[in-house]
Design a protein around this ligand. Sequence first.
Ligand code: ATP
Ligand code: MG
Length: 421
Amino acid sequence: MAAQTDHLIGLLLGAEDDWPTAFEALARRLGVIRTPDGLDHRVSTERMSIEPFNLRDRPRQDLVIDRLAHWYYHPREWLKKASLMDDVYLLNSPFTFQSMEKHSAYCALMRLGMHVPDTVLVPYKNPVDNARWAYTSSRYNRGFDLDAIADQVGYPMFMKPFDGGAWRGVSMIKDREALHRAYDESGEMLMHLQKAVDGFEVFARALTIGPETMVMKFQPDEPMHNRYAVDHGFLAEETGRETITIAQTVNAFFRWEFNSCEMLVKDGVVYPIDYANACPDVAVTSLHYYFPFAMKALLRWSVFCAVTGRKARTQVDTGPWFDVADDPELDYQGKLAAYQGLSDEYFDTDRYAEFCSTSLPHVDEMVHEWIGSDEFRTMLQTTIHQTYPPHEWEKFEGHFGGLLGMWLSDEQHRLSSSAHA
Ligand SMILES: Nc1ncnc2c1ncn2[C@@H]1O[C@H](COP(=O)(O)OP(=O)(O)OP(=O)(O)O)[C@@H](O)[C@H]1O
Ligand SMILES: [Mg+2]
């Protein structure tokens, strides 16, 4: 009998229960995974608890999917210890969080030549809560003319926190009066002024897990359940490729494994506006039709990392990227191609594809079958009951049931055509 290696995937969770239930159910169904070296592997999952730990304790997990450490510091420090001392693979690593504030990501993508809208960082409106502030600011803070800065950026613009998320403190500014009101209200938040991409045609939101990216048409003004439109041809082919390259570039550059990236498309130009998210939304009630993609990618990538013993690289290595950025011989398209190459190298994309086809060939069928099962229907129903008031249950059961039914039949079609091909 072939030797078998067991791998444990830890789930570090907050309030979510939907995708973890799906992920656990799918991981249970995986069975034995055989790698080309003839070894057999088995993967199991475990929800992690938060408790005192000795820094020399040996963790049992090979890999952890983290959804907590962006705000909860005890597990964050456990993750750092497990990464530094025990080579536990992390999606995402807290060592990459410093650059999760938007600001670093804007800087990096500007340097790489992407079309990030013009952005200015203005000093805090209110005094910083620190005994040293009064002296420092009276000596070194230089007065500035907010109107003149805004005139340079140009109206309309967005004012938003340099490290933002979840729309906190975001406002669209159309004139001077709104500018001053928003700045006065920003208080202790540190704000960017960013030129608006006014009248954009498409809002593309890319969810990336390892080397797998799904670019979705996003409708930010719709309620949560309707933000992702099911639409397969909303970008020209070349623009679609560009959005994938941008999303994968920002992840490979910062060593993010599980992230979403927001881009606005206007007149064929792709403007990245938000692409740093320690804990991207993968709720079934947001992603619906795209939920199976997310679960499949999360499962395949975490299994690939755990089973092949992929080594984490948490520190940013800017050199190869800036060599491309600074190459005077390369135009924008040339740079995109080079960035895609560097991303593929970082994520080991070819080897991953090979692994998926030889060691995980059954996952497509398995996920299709599970999404069609009573177990999935129960999970969906429970999530709807936890998310919405009773008078909306029926409506949402129809809505999400319909969208996932549509995925089931589209996927069936895809699977049978690839079987015939
Ligand atoms: N430069 C811009 N041009 C046009 N629209 C913008 C721009 N910046 C932000 N927006 C709009 O404001 C929304 C919120 O901005 P942003 O994504 O930067 O903040 P956030 O707090 O990260 O929001 P979320 O958590 O919802 O992604 C965007 O989804 C987009 O609709
Ligand atoms: Mg955003």
